[in-house]
Design a protein around this ligand. Structure first.
Ligand SMILES: O=C(CO)[C@H](O)[C@H](O)COP(=O)(O)O
Length: 279
């Protein structure tokens, strides 16, 4: 750890390096590269591996944002568009065209559901994740929670068409927590809510060094929707996605196969489905 680097940045770098070292070897031909500040460390490791001739000589990388494409190019790697890739295993059940994608996250729950889109890139991130055999998340302890919405309190990023953002906002704010049935071990039936807040709030994301709203890489707006704790991520993802004009939702339910966290003390840990093993 360098003297100028904070412990959290040190642990983010360690988590990113560990994920790259585990998943990117010379057999990986197509790699998805996520967006955000943690992915910068993954790109740093890719550059090191490239210099050591440890990457596939024909490796191509699929960017998830303008930033991600810059990282790929600056690492001396080749960027390609998702739709220019052939299927990896034609004739199989899988339509995947990417071996593995490494991406950041704003929050990851105990079942590897995630909130993404803090950087506004979740549309392309989800397209790339969906076309990947494996999605590996990298983050730090501030994003590691048992239930989505526990630590990430800025709301679920929802990319929407600028044509109807006010209408979509009104509709989002009328969403009901949507009861779902639960059956206890004893067989009695109770109800639970898919999300916590009875009155969700949707805010148009504002740009920081520009007057007006954030405009995504795809020319759309983002509504950050505060729902409180999200008890049922797949149901909430579906509810939001069904609203006309919603282009993509920053809930990634059951997409990730692994998550690496940098811990507060500088150590790292890897979460696999239903397990959590310290290094
Ligand atoms: O989803 C994202 C961008 O849309 C990012 O991956 C997410 O915001 C995490 O970023 P960081 O690594 O900077 O915390």
């Amino acid at each position: 750890m360098s003297s100028s680097e904070s412990l959290v940045e040190h642990s983010k770098r360690r988590a990113a390096f560990a994920a790259v070292d585990k998943h990117v070897d010379s057999s990986v031909r197509v790699l998805g590269v996520g967006s955000g500040s943690t992915v910068v460390y993954a790109a740093e490791r890719l550059l090191e591996l490239k210099k050591q001739n440890k990457l596939h000589p024909q490796l191509v990388c699929v960017p998830t944002s303008f930033q991600s494409k810059q990282l790929i190019v600056e690492s001396g790697l080749t960027a390609v568009d998702l739709d220019d890739l052939p299927e990896l295993d034609p004739g199989s059940n899988s339509f995947a065209s990417i071996d593995v994608t490494i991406d950041g996250a704003d929050e990851v729950d105990s079942e590897l559901n995630a909130i993404k889109g803090g950087g506004g890139a979740h549309l392309r991130e989800k397209l790339v994740a969906n076309a990947s055999k494996k999605l590996v998340l990298i983050a730090d302890y501030r994003k590691d929670s048992s239930v989505l919405g526990e630590k990430w309190t800025k709301g679920v990023p929802v990319e929407v068409s600028p044509l109807a953002w006010r209408t979509i906002k009104r509709q989002l704010e009328r969403l009901a927590p949507e009861s779902r049935a639960q059956t206890s071990a004893a067989g009695s039936s109770t109800t639970a809510h898919a999300f916590e807040f009875a009155h969700p709030v949707a805010e148009l994301r504002q740009a920081v060094r520009k007057a007006g709203p954030v405009v995504t890489d795809n020319g759309n707006f983002i509504l950050d929707v505060s729902l409180g704790r999200i008890h049922d991520p797949p149901t909430v993802e579906h509810l939001l996605k069904m609203i006309p004009g919603v282009i993509e939702v920053g809930i990634f339910s059951k997409m990730a196969s692994e998550a690496w966290f940098g811990n507060e003390n500088g150590s790292i840990n890897c979460r696999l489905p239903q397990t959590k093993a310290a290094d």
